[in-house]
Design a protein around this ligand. Structure first.
Ligand code: NAD
Length: 312
């Protein structure tokens, strides 16, 4: 029998595309999408959906029992920029949703969890170039603190209770199917929309702010790959470094200008600059490549072509 999967936060930037990918792989009826709000019409028509608050343990347990769920993908969270505005709400959402899912697995009500961490676990004292898997981690944002704590709890539940939880530290994600949800790397999505609409963009990060980034198809590929890998290949139970490309705002602007020749960009850095400055500019993801065969496919040029073609 096909396994049953539940996605929490399925209407967000990653959850939407993950829902499509999992439904294509396992069949639409085996993949239950859920969120505190409805998604777009295409997502809602693509298979079963539940309105569900991931911080409500008993409601979550009901859905898990009703659909006989085996795997949970926890994509509900408050992202970096929004979390700086609502620190306690971010902490409560990011931690309580994770504890709920970890405890369901501890009680053997589900058998496998995917929970994403982020490059935000690193901080201003972390070496910025080719940041190692194991290095200084002193995050300075609420979001980063919640992700670092989450990583520790994942490892703890694996070691103490044998919970099969798997995780990657996503870099900034670029996609066209849904809008980003309040992160510091959102500029790298907005820029394509504005380039097509007005041929201009005012960037909230300054020139030279190089950050690790990835096209959504690669992020989905990594998510499916780590979840499918045999248990023995998952040697890191906190979260794996994951990388594809690194670039600064002027690099993405230049790649867009190759297609939209009159494209112009201005810089007006805001509070998000400080968050970006605390993050690495590139990531060493050798462990993911060695342990479960991670390989990215999209460079900046290919990403720009995909974005402009699909949004244009
Ligand atoms: N997008 C990125 O660039 C990026 C980078 C690193 C890590 N991540 C992580 O990946 C995960 C998904 O990120 P995303 O970009 O899709 O976020 P998003 O903000 O686009 O989506 C999050 C979804 O969670 C839903 N949600 C909020 N509160 C909820 C609750 N209480 N119960 C159920 N659903 C709730 C929201 O309605 C939204 O649809 C998060 O853990 C995020 O930290 C994302």
């Amino acid at each position: 029998m096909a396994k049953s999967i539940l996605i929490l936060g399925a209407c967000g930037q990653i959850g939407t595309e993950l829902t499509y990918a999992l439904r294509q792989k396992h069949g639409k009826d085996c993949v239950v999408a859920s969120d505190i709000r409805e998604g777009d019409a295409t997502l809602m028509a693509s298979g079963p959906f539940e309105l569900l608050d991931a911080t409500n343990y008993s409601a979550l347990e009901d859905v898990v029992m009703h659909y006989e769920i085996e795997e949970v993908y926890l994509m509900a969270a408050m992202l970096s920029a929004t979390a700086e505005k609502f620190p306690m709400r971010a902490w409560n959402l990011n931690m309580n949703s994770l504890f709920n899912v970890l405890n369901l697995a501890k009680e053997k009500k589900i058998s496998k969890i995917f929970w994403p961490s982020s490059i935000a676990v690193f901080g201003p004292n972390t070496p910025k170039e080719a940041t190692e898997q194991h290095t200084i981690m002193e995050p300075s944002t609420v979001y980063g603190i919640s992700k670092q704590s989450g990583e520790r709890w994942c490892q703890y539940y694996y070691e103490k209770y044998g919970v099969d939880v798997r995780s990657v530290r996503y870099p900034g994600l670029i996609s066209w199917k849904t809008q980003p949800g309040g992160g510091t790397t959102d500029y790298a999505v907005e820029i394509y929309h504005k380039a097509i609409e007005t041929q201009t963009y005012t960037c909230f990060l300054k020139k030279g702010t190089t950050l690790p980034m990835m096209f959504m198809d690669d992020a989905i590929k990594a998510t499916l790959a780590i979840m499918e890998a045999p248990e023995t290949q998952i040697k890191i139970r906190s979260s794996y470094n994951l990388a594809a490309i690194s670039f600064a705002p002027e690099d993405i602007a230049a790649s867009i200008a190759l297609h939209i020749t009159n494209f112009k960009m201005k810089y007006e850095p805001d509070f998000r600059q400080q968050i970006a400055d605390s993050w690495p500019s590139s990531i060493n993801d050798d462990s993911a490549r060695k342990d479960w065969g991670w390989q990215h496919s999209f460079d900046l040029e290919k990403t720009t072509k995909e974005m402009l073609t699909n949004l244009g």
